[in-house]
Design a protein around this ligand. Sequence first.
Ligand code: UT7
Length: 322
Amino acid sequence: MIHSRITGTGGYLPGDPVDNNALIAARGLDSSDEWIAERTGIRARHFAPAGAAASDLALVASQRALESAGCAPNDIDLIVLATSTPDFIFPSTAALLQDKLGITNGAAAFDLQAVCSGFIYALSVADKFIRSGSHKRALVVGAEVFSRILDWRDRGTCVLFGDGAGAIVLEASDTPGIYATALHADGRYRDILAVAGHVCDGQTIGDPFLRMDGQAVFKFAVKVLAEVADEVIRAAGMTADQVDWLVPHQANIRIMQATAKKLRLPVEKCIVTVDRHGNTSAASIPLALDEAVRSGKIGAGDTVLLEGVGGGFTWGAALLKF
Ligand code: UT7
């Protein structure tokens, strides 16, 4: 039986951190460091410089993941890139990344759009490709420049998000690897988190900025994250006390604490980067995973639970042995 296993991780945050006070001053916001830190846990985030696109951030994260996996770009035969802030309408950011990495072996490359659940969706898809035997070594990436879709007059959203990219190398293996993944969506909730604009006849039609009903998202997230975590744990025939590390989507520290509590996991087992990264959407989980691996927290053999929730509404989880 073929399994898939993570063999390398990488992350990239552009520029210097921008703390809450610096952001408030730069954008003239009616907000405070206390409000942002207390309600969200966020203290700083990074923003890509003008001209840097999602594929530029993805490139550095991917190079780092390839280096840690000990493989060359042309060893990759599949790129699945999750983003809601692609460089262009087309070609895909995955195809641009393939070119920037110098991959010339014809590896399949495509983008996947599930907003903040994007990395979980991409990981699950790549896992299925590998387990089918069609592909052997995938680069799975989450890359975002959410700063480009923020309305700087909307203090309820613009303080929450940052830019960044995270990547993993996922390889065929005789042993797991990925134990179980679960993906869900409910389009009836499409309006509570959306960028509802589009381009038509050379013009932007509708609202080009991110809009969110924060409280509705919060309640929905806490409910479905606990459910989907339980689902993958049961699918793997395991129990929550066997989970060594929880790597949740980094949106709000209070959502993460609530999820850990529902799973009866001590908060110390929860990897937290939201304080320094803000919410980087599809990049947040691979960035947090990479940081936890490089800092020596997550090590070989650990059982790790990844989970995410985002616009759509979408949500999902993956349980794996690192
Ligand atoms: O990645 C996708 C998933 N996204 C999320 O998980 C986000 C989930 N939602 C949240 O994290 C929280 O709902 C927020 C952090 C977005 C908001 O926190 P909240 O505790 O739900 O606050 P609220 O929206 O109920 O607003 C409370 C007050 C309001 O003022 P009034 O009406 O009570 O006078 C807001 O206008 O806080 C005000 N407010 C702010 N004040 C200072 C909203 N944003 C700010 C701000 N600074 N940046």
